[in-house]
Design a binder for this molecule. Structure first.
Ligand code: HEM
Length: 446
C-alpha cells in the first residue's frame, strides 16, 4: 500500500527549509535523519519538494536500481558556468557517450602508469618544505593535486598546471562560493559587483583553457593522453569531432573534479593524523618497514594497507563529496512513497558515514575498522564516498592511489602539527567539504 507523505520539518512559510540547509547543511541533514527517520520530506522555497533519504538500501535504489527515473539535480546549475556540459553535469545520451570516452583513462588496471608522475610531482613540491615552516596545507595540497591531474591527463610540465590554471581557477571558485553564500543568488546577467567578478574570473579561465586546446591543435598529432583522446574522438553517426566548447567543458571538469576533492581529502587526512598520534605512529612504522631509506615508488601503494585504511577512514569522517542530489525525471516509488517528476532527492555521505548503526564510535578516527572484511560488515551504501551506479566517480581508483602515494611521500619525510594559532579547524560545506580558510600546519622533519 502507498504511504502518504513522509514526515519532515515544516520550515518557513515561503523559503521552507532552504535557509536552515544553507546555514549548516551537515547539522540540518543529520538532525532531519535523527528526528524523522530514513525518508523525510521538506521544502526548498515555496514549491520544491525535497526527499532526504538516509537508508543504504533506498540510496542504492536511487543511485543504481531505479536510476533511470532520475537525472542529476539542478543544484549543479551553480557550477554550470564553470564546467558547462562536461561529464559531471551532462545527462542521458550525451553523458553516456562522454563517459565511454573518458572512463578508459581511469581503468583500475591501467592507472598504475600514473604512479610515477604522482610521486614525482609530490616530491617536487614538498622538497621546498623546511623544518619549522608554517604552511597552509590545504593550498599546498591544491597545488600538488592540480599538478598531478595536469601532468597525468594533459601531459603538462611540472608546475605548469598550477602556474597557469591555479590562479584563475581559485578566483572562479572564490566568486562561485560567494554567490552560493547568498541565500538567493542574483541572476548572473544582473551587473552586481559579485556577478561581474564571477564573470571576469570565468572569462580569464576560459582564455587559458582555449589556449591549451589551440596549442594542442597546432601540434597536429594525436597525443596519448586524455586531451589527445578527447580531440581524436569522432561521433559514430556524423564523424564529427568535439567542438572547442565541448573540449573546454571536459577539460575544465577534469581539472576541477580531479583536484579539488582529492586536495580536501588529503588536508583532512593530515589534520586527522595530527590529532591522532597513535594512528600517525602506526602509519610511520608501516612506511619505515616497507620503504625504509628507499625512494617512494608507485608499486609501494599496494604494500601499504594501513595507509590505505587511513585514507578510507578520512573519507568516512570528512567525505569531500558530502551530499549527492538527484531530480525525479519520471515518477517513481521509493520506500513506499510516490515521488513525482521535479521532486528532489538528497543523500548524504556525511550523515550515513556517522551513523552508529553501521560504525562503532562513529565520530572517532579509527583506521583499523577497515581491516579484513569490513566491507561485509556494513551494507554497501552505508559507506559511499564516491557515489554509485552509472554516475559513480570516474576517478575513484585514481583518487585512492593518488591520496595514498601523496600521503606516503609526505609522511616518509615529515610530521605535520597543527599550527598553534589555528586551534579551531572547521568544515565549510559548500561545493565540497573544505576546511574553512584552509588548515595551517607546522612542518617537522621526521
Ligand atoms: C577523494 C577524491 C574524490 C571524491 C571524494 C570524489 C567523489 C565523487 C562523487 C561522490 C561523484 C558522484 C557525484 C554524483 O553522483 O552526483 C563523483 C563524480 C565524478 N568524479 Fe570524483 N571524486 C574524487 C576524485 C576524483 C578524481 C581524481 C577525478 C578525476 C578526474 C574525478 C572525476 C569525477 C568525474 C568526472 C565525475 C562525474 C562522473 C559522471 O557523472 O559520470 N573525481 N566524484
Amino acid at each position: 500500500m502507498k504511504k502518504p507523505f513522509p514526515p519532515g520539518p515544516h520550515g518557513k512559510l515561503i523559503s521552507g527549509s532552504l535557509e536552515d540547509f544553507q546555514k549548516n547543511p551537515l547539522q540540518f541533514l543529520q538532525t532531519v535523519s535523527e528526528e524523522y527517520g530514513e525518508v523525510a520530506r521538506f521544502r526548498f522555497g515555496p514549491t520544491q519538494q525535497v526527499y532526504f533519504i538516509s537508508d543504504p538500501d533506498l540510496i542504492k535504489e536511487v543511485l543504481v536500481k531505479k536510476q533511470r527515473h532520475f537525472v542529476k539535480s539542478r543544484d549543479l546549475t551553480m557550477l554550470k558556468p564553470i564546467i558547462g556540459e562536461g561529464l559531471l553535469t551532462s545527462q542521458k545520451d550525451h553523458h553516456l557517450q562522454q563517459r565511454r570516452l573518458i572512463q578508459p583513462s581511469f581503468k583500475k588496471t591501467d592507472i598504475s602508469k600514473y604512479g610515477e608522475d604522482m610521486v614525482e610531482t609530490t616530491n617536487g613540491y614538498i622538497r621546498e618544505w623546511v623544518e619549522g615552516d608554517i604552511r597552509n596545507i590545504t593550498d599546498e595540497m591544491m597545488n600538488i593535486t592540480l599538478g598531478i591531474i595536469s601532468k597525468t591527463m594533459f601531459n603538462m610540465e611540472f608546475n605548469e598546471g598550477h602556474r597557469i590554471i591555479g590562479g584563475p581557477m581559485d578566483k572562479v571558485m572564490r566568486s562561485a562560493i560567494k554567490r552560493m553564500r547568498s541565500i538567493v543568488p542574483t541572476p548572473l546577467w544582473l551587473p552586481t559587483k559579485t556577478n561581474r567578478a564571477y564573470r571576469n574570473a570565468v572569462e580569464e579561465l576560459d582564455q587559458v583553457l582555449y589556449k591549451i586546446i589551440e596549442k594542442r591543435r597546432e601540434l597536429n598529432e594525436e597525443a596519448d593522453d586524455l586531451l589527445g583522446k578527447l580531440m581524436g574522438a569522432r561521433d559514430e553517426e556524423n564523424g564529427k569531432g568535439m567542438s572547442d566548447k565541448q573540449l573546454r567543458d571536459e577539460l575544465m571538469t577534469i581539472f576541477l573534479a580531479g583536484h579539488e576533492t582529492t586536495a580536501n581529502a588529503l588536508s583532512w587526512t593530515l589534520y586527522l593524523l595530527s590529532q591522532n598520534p597513535e594512528a600517525e605512529k602506526k602509519l610511520h612504522e608501516e612506511i619505515d618497514q616497507v620503504i625504509g631509506t628507499d625512494e617512494v615508488r608507485p608499486e609501494h601503494y599496494q604494500q601499504l594497507p594501513y595507509a590505505q585504511n587511513v585514507i578510507h577512514e578520512s573519507l568516512r569522517l570528512c567525505p569531500p563529496a558530502y551530499v549527492i542530489g538527484r531530480q525525479v525525471d519520471e515518477k517513481v516509488d521509493i520506500g513506499g512513497y510516490s515521488l513525482k517528476k521535479g521532486d528532489m532527492v538528497l543523500m548524504s555521505q556525511y550523515v550515513m558515514h556517522r551513523k552508529e548503526k553501521y560504525f562503532e564510535q562513529p565520530n572517532e578516527f579509527i583506521p583499523e575498522r577497515f581491516e579484513d572484511g569490513w566491507k561485509d560488515s556494513v551494507p554497501p551504501y552505508a559507506y559511499f564516498p564516491f557515489g554509485g551506479g552509472p554516475r559513480v566517480c570516474v576517478g575513484q581508483y585514481f583518487a585512492i592511489m593518488e591520496t595514498v602515494l601523496v600521503l606516503t611521500c609526505i609522511a616518509k619525510e615529515h610530521r605535520l602539527k597543527l599550527a598553534s594559532n589555528d586551534p579551531n579547524v572547521r568544515a565549510t560545506p559548500l561545493i565540497t567539504l573544505r576546511p574553512k580558510g584552509g588548515i595551517r600546519m607546522k612542518i617537522e622533519k621526521r
